[in-house]
Ligand binder design. Sequence first.
Ligand code: NAP
Length: 267
Amino acid sequence: MKILIVGGGNMGSTYAASFLRSHIANKENMMILEKSPEKAIQLSAKDIGRVHGKPEDCIPHADLIILAVKPQDTQKLFQTIQPFVDDQQVFLSIMAGVKMKTIAEALGVHKVIRAMPNLPAQIGMGMTAFTSSDEVTRIELVTVQNLLNTTGKTVYVETEEAIDAATAISGSGPAYVFYFMRAMMESAKEMGFSESESELLVSQTFRGAVELHNKSNFSCNEWIQKVASKGGTTEAALKRFNGESLHQFIKDGAEAALHRAVELGKE
Ligand SMILES: NC(=O)c1ccc[n+]([C@@H]2O[C@H](COP(=O)([O-])OP(=O)(O)OC[C@H]3O[C@@H](n4cnc5c(N)ncnc54)[C@H](OP(=O)(O)O)[C@@H]3O)[C@@H](O)[C@H]2O)c1
C-alpha cells in the first residue's frame, strides 16, 4: 500500500517515523506532500519517505492519503488536491473539527476515516479515537488501525460525536495533566525544592500512579482510599480539593472543551 501524508508538520512527520519504525510501511511506499520548501528540506534530511512539493506528483500514486494540515488550511488544501484524487483512494483525516462529510463533498470521494490522536503519539504513547464512513471496507479499516496502533493505542467509535468527545478527553487531556503537574511543581518549589528536584518528584509521582492504576483492577477511588489514611496528610489535601469543588471544575473544563469541539465542527 502506498501511503501519502499531506502536511509534514508535527503530526505528519510523527506518523511517517512511527510507520517506518514499526516496519508496517517502508520508505519506498511512503510519500509526504509538504508545501513549505524549508520544511521539505528538513523532512528530506530525516529520511522518512519521498518528499513532494506538488500534489500532481504524488496524489495519483497513493492508496491511502493522510490529511495532516491545520484545520484553517483545509479549504486551500481541498482546492489543491481535488483535481488529482480518485474515489478508490482512502482518506484518513486527523484534522481537528473537520467533518467526514465536508471532506467527502469537497474532494468528491467516499472512503473517509477520521481520527483524533494526541500529543504523546510522538513517543508511541498516543491515544487515538477513530471512525469511518460506510464505504471504507473492513480490510481498509484494519490496515489503518494497524498504522494508528504504531503511535499508541486506538479505539474505534461509531459516531463523529464521539470523536468530539474524545477530543475533549484524550485530545486536550495531556494539557490538563500538564496543568496539574505544573501546580504541583510550583508547590514543591515553594516548599524549598530546586527546579530539577521538583520536576523529578512530580513526574515520577505521575508515572508511578498511572502505572499502578494500569497494572491493577482497583479504581481511582480505591487507590485514593489506599493513599489517604484517616486524619492523615492526603486526607487534608483531598478535603481542600473537595471544598473547592476541584473535581467538578475538571469535569466543567472537559465539558467546555467538548462544547468548543462541536462549535469548531460547525465553522
Ligand atoms: N499536534 C497535535 O498534538 C495534534 C493532535 C490531534 C490532532 N492534530 C491535528 O493534526 C493536524 C496537523 O497538526 P500539526 O501540529 O502537525 O500541524 P503543523 O505542524 O502546522 O503541520 C502542518 C503542515 O502542513 C503544511 N501544509 C499546510 N497546507 C498544506 C498543503 N496544502 N499541502 C501540503 N502541506 C501543507 C504546513 O506548512 P506551513 O507551515 O508552511 O503552513 C505544515 O508544515 C491539525 O489538523 C491538528 O488539528 C494535532
